[in-house]
Design a protein around this ligand. Structure first.
Ligand code: URA
Length: 221
């Protein structure tokens, strides 16, 4: 990394709310440049018994995320639904079962990837996330991504795509192509819950998954 790249990287960390770096711990170890900036456990601990937005009183569990903390591929959904709120785990209901099949379609297992949401708490009646809720939760998603440092982030549906890519474009315009976000390749596809209502859209999702598989191969080689 040259000094401009280091400055850009530090600015990125500042933007996502990281206010200190364990420089000794990062620099002393062999291969330490790949050490995560913050453990996911630290980020979860910072969320604590979150009361930062109006979703807190009605939630059963905070749904932080689950999977491989060193995943090459991260899926970001919208927000927990009923089952996720009950169990404290992302994508465990019907949409989650379909997501598992989607992951397996490119020869990966759920344990290989990391799965999380823009919002960590369930909106009442599964209504759409509101801007103040996204604003309160987004710093934690950014920190999760900075910790995992995946090769690819796949956004599931409109809210994840718009939040991660910081755009107001529709999912139909955003899906199916890669964007670059601070060195991470970001792609969006339709949300599995939408596929349950519109199964004819599965073909597009399969096209997007094939792109992810090819890009992972390319980035590994
Ligand atoms: N839908 C989402 O966006 N996330 C979940 O965890 C479950 C359903």
């Amino acid at each position: 990394m040259n000094s401009d790249e280091i400055a850009a990287q530090l600015e990125f960390f500042r933007d996502i709310g990281v206010d200190s770096l364990a420089v000794g711990a990062v620099c002393d170890r062999p291969g330490a440049h790949r050490a995560p900036l913050q453990d996911l456990e630290d980020i979860r601990a910072d969320i604590g018994d979150c009361q930062r937005c109006k979703l807190a009183p009605a939630r059963t569990h905070i749904v932080f995320g689950s999977g491989n903390p060193n995943a090459e591929l991260v899926f970001v959904g919208e927000a927990p639904g009923y089952d996720e709120d009950q169990q404290g785990l992302p994508f465990v209901g019907r949409a989650g079962q379909l997501l598992t099949k989607i992951i397996e379609s490119i020869n990966l297992k759920r344990e290989d990837v990391y799965i999380c949401n823009v919002l960590k708490c369930r909106p009442p009646e599964n209504r759409n996330p509101e801007p103040d809720e996204v604003a309160a939760c987004n710093p934690f998603l950014r920190r999760q991504l900075a910790s995992i440092r995946p090769k690819i982030v796949c956004c599931l549906g409109t809210f994840a795509a718009q939040t991660v890519l910081q755009t107001a474009s529709s999912i139909s315009k955003l899906r199916g192509k890669f964007f670059d976000m601070d060195g991470i390749r970001v792609i969006a596809t339709f949300h599995p819950a939408y596929l349950l209502r519109s199964p004819d859209k599965k073909r597009e999702v399969w096209e997007d998954m094939k792109q992810i598989r090819a890009e992972l191969f390319r980035l590994r080689s």
